[in-house]
Design a protein around this ligand. Structure first.
Ligand SMILES: *Cc1c(COP(=O)(O)O)cnc(C)c1O
Length: 472
């Protein structure tokens, strides 16, 4: 492709992108296709000769697009939203055009220094103390792994990096029964063994019970285990429950455990002064992660990971082969030493575009709107006979279910709700996902799309009402 051809095609794609963003609402949220439908349209072998842009773009439109779930669709209320915004997309376009590897300062001083500044902006915006240092990770799952490995090395005096597990220490990690599955995965990868992940029970609001946590730590120590780390959650995935951070920080300090806070989704809301109660006590944690790529208008991937002691992190991950040594090593952050991968994308650029385009106050306004929409939906649930609210709504995730009068068999209620959500989702007009709370099938509605308005939310709610067999 010549530079002039690139210019022509790129202009065409930008027109396509603007049209797409303007018309997403006209696509089915979720494609109505079967497994294998897309793959069978793709040739068995790679082409030997190059093909025209025309042919590729036409297949994108005819084969790929019909198989997409449209995460930015206004009627997408599933999972947690995947952050996106026009400024973020533009930043990504530039980052991918620069095509830089941002692993050490010398491989792109601007990328390294912008990342430092962006992490300072976010740290200050969410109210973490200035003693915290940040780095962008690809995902919360990776950030939590990095936290567990740092805790392991900090506790063992960096001995396990050196000699491997020798059986001297039997580490225990604690999290609540409502924690994200990435904690289970990371505990396995970090070599602790899933039997050493202790799941602590929760209260009626699905928040971790700190008395039970402390009792488990004491019992484990008496039984010869080494209590290592607590992973607490601000905003659980099932219901945005908020663990009592201050009480957990106290317990970690008292018993010498690492405290990692997973605020993947709800952490964005800490830019709101009225939501800071959620993170009270977080200033004493050891590490903290939240995802601008969920609820801060920034495209995947962008996880903001903060640590209180930067040295524990760098000592765990630092590798210094000759070919990576530079004269500036002592003066700068070399982010390859702050996580698992060596190569790193220039992710700070899109974040810079987002924060400057919205301004912190602009982002606050959007998040406040989203929370108000969530509260509106909660009120609809509460005032509609035949619907039941299944968890508190501190933010903008509403957990509810159909509960027709007179039906009290739990298995029957599960069936009613599971077939209800399937009916809604197969319409292609709306997408919701489910979870289980107290072993009951629950429907989740997340009002956090970048361009959500009260109108789009009301439209989604009308679809739900119209399909609910017993709620009118
Ligand atoms: C989404 C989520 C995760 C996983 O985030 P990734 O960035 O996709 O790894 C972890 N914890 C919580 C609480 C989440 O909601």
């Amino acid at each position: 492709m010549t530079p002039e051809e690139f210019r022509t095609h790129a202009h065409r794609l930008v027109d396509w992108m603007a049209d797409y963003l303007g018309n997403i609402g006209s696509y089915p949220v979720k494609p109505g296709i079967k497994p294998g439908d897309i793959k069978k349209q793709l040739p068995l072998q790679a082409p030997e000769g190059g093909e025209s842009f025309e042919a590729i773009f036409s297949d994108f439109n005819n084969i790929i697009l019909p198989g997409m779930t449209h995460w930015q669709h206004p009627q997408f209320y599933a999972y947690f939203p995947s952050g996106s915004s026009e400024p973020s997309i533009l930043g990504e376009m530039l980052a991918t055009t620069l095509g830089a590897q941002c692993m050490i300062w010398l491989t792109s001083p601007s990328a390294e220094e912008l990342e430092e500044r962006m992490m300072e902006w976010l740290r200050d915006a969410i109210g973490l103390p200035k003693t915290f240092t940040g780095v962008i990770q690809d995902s919360s799952s990776s950030a939590t792994l990095v936290a567990l490995l740092s805790a392991r090395e900090w506790k063992s005096g960096y001995a396990i990096n050196q000699s491997g597990f020798t059986g001297k220490e039997k580490f225990r990690v604690y999290t609540s029964t409502q924690a994200h599955s990435s904690v289970d995965k990371d505990v396995r990868i970090a070599g602790f063994g899933i039997d050493n992940l202790v799941k602590i029970g929760t209260d009626k609001n699905y928040a971790m019970n700190p008395a039970e946590l402390e009792a488990a730590i004491i019992r484990d120590r008496e039984n010869g285990f080494t209590p290592l780390c607590v992973v607490s959650t601000i905003g659980t995935t099932s219901s945005t429950a908020i663990d009592p951070i201050a009480a957990i920080s106290d317990i970690c300090t008292k018993h010498g455990l690492w405290h990692h806070i997973d605020a993947s989704y709800a952490g964005s809301a800490l830019i709101l002064p009225e939501m800071r109660w959620m993170s009270e006590g977080a200033e004493r944690c050891d590490s903290f992660v939240f995802n601008p790529h969920k609820w801060m208008f920034t495209n995947f991937d962008c996880s903001a990971y903060f640590v209180r002691d930067k040295q524990a992190l760098v000592n765990t991950f630092s590798i210094m082969p000759e070919y990576l040594k530079t004269p500036e090593d002592r003066l700068v952050n070399n982010y390859r030493d702050w996580g698992v991968p060596l190569g790193r994308r220039f992710r700070a650029l899109k974040l810079w575009f987002v924060v400057r385009s919205y301004g912190v106050e602009g982002m606050r306004q959007r998040l406040r709107d989203h929370i108000a929409y969530g509260q509106w939906v909660k009120e609809q649930v509460e005032s509609t006979p035949g619907l039941e609210l299944m968890a508190p709504v501190p933010l903008n995730l509403v957990c509810f279910r159909l509960h027709p009068e007179g039906v009290n068999d739990e298995a029957r209620l599960d069936e009613i709700n599971s077939s209800f959500i399937q009916t809604l989702n197969s319409s292609g007009k709306i997408l919701l996902t489910q979870t289980r709370l107290d072993n009951k099938f629950v429907i989740r509605f997340v009002a956090g799309q970048t361009h959500a308005t009260l109108e789009t939310i009301k439209k989604g709610w009308a679809l739900i009402q119209a399909s609910a067999p017993h709620s009118r």
